[in-house]
Write a protein that binds this ligand. Sequence first.
Ligand code: NAD
Length: 261
Amino acid sequence: MSLKGKCAVVTGSTSGIGEGIAKALAAAGANIMLNGFGDADQIEALRAGMEAEHGVKCLYSDADMSKGETAKQLVHDTEKAFGAVDILVNNAGIQTVEKIEDFPDTRWDLILAINLSSNFHTIKAAVPGMKARGFGRIINIASAHGLVASPYKAAYVAAKHGVLGLTKTVALELAESGITCNAICPGFVKTPLVEGQIAEQAKANKMSEDEVVRNVILASQPSKKFVEVDEVAAMTVFLAGPSGTSITGAPISMDGGWTAR
Ligand code: NAD
């Protein structure tokens, strides 16, 4: 699939799923604005490596998605640099696991800001340009937790349910304008974040890493297999391309059967 000449912003693309999505979009020919936090040398190696490997333009912004103004600025800076934002992937996200009565107020506010409100701000900023060009692909990386809940994840589950509401509303508003808006809802994906948790849980519970994966982390994922970053990245490329034209307002589950229960 060729996305040659298209320009994409991927929030939170210095790690995990976002990094995989950015690489896959670049491999398909899109210019990329990377975003997120991390080691400056590693980020520069990622940026330069994508340019060298795929012959696309690749830039990086450290815009903070917890702040509305910087989220909007990321879109405006990309339009200025590339001339357009054709593909917007809202992926930046964080998590806190805590009982509702102990859930820190500051973490509630931050999770809602990054995981939900940033999607509103980037979409609001990107839509005028997309409308003017008659083309746009908005892909929000939600979660199985956008469809079902788990205990101790109040802010994350609330934010991801909110992402699905926003996705459907935007899809309906833009249905005749050549712009689609969808949400990918992965189950557990093996990112560096989750890999760290496996080792920690194995130690804490005196279990083998295999037991932790099967009985703790993937307890609700019937396939008992992690979703791979590459699978989410490939779905994003598909939605961004011409075959995604009629898919809009959809929560796309990639969860090994979790939400079929
Ligand atoms: P990750 O921690 O590997 O990556 C998160 C990215 O977001 C990083 O690049 C980080 O720098 C960036 N980020 C964090 N705060 C930011 C901020 N304020 N401004 C800009 N960037 C910021 O996580 P991941 O597992 O790759 O998750 C990516 C997305 O996928 C999240 O929205 C997450 O909720 C969702 N998701 C993950 C899983 C999973 O099992 N890993 C499952 C379903 C959904």
